[in-house]
Write a new protein. Sequence first.
Length: 115
Amino acid sequence: MNEFVVLAVKGLVGGTLVTAFAVLGHMLRPKWFAGLFGAAPSVAIGSIALTVLSKGHHAASLAGGGMCFGAAGFVVFSACVRPLLGRYHAVVATSASCLVWIAVAVGAYYLAVVG
């Protein structure tokens, strides 16, 4: 499949799913669910579906594993950023937490795949 077509379809599917999840989040209470459902799940679903169609199940499995490592890093990011925001400027707190996110995601990948 042409790379441009795959990219265009990913954008269309991702945008459609972001909209669908945003509508779902808008209908639920409390309202912060809209942000929770808005981005990551919809983009992940669209990306995995198109990876299956364009590159096959094995490539989608690898991509899903990478998403799991990124999600683990995000959990640690969330646990780090909240206490840091009380002590430091937002840019410092989020920058430091992003470095932790990257370290956890890359470290988990390394341990699972390379090590």
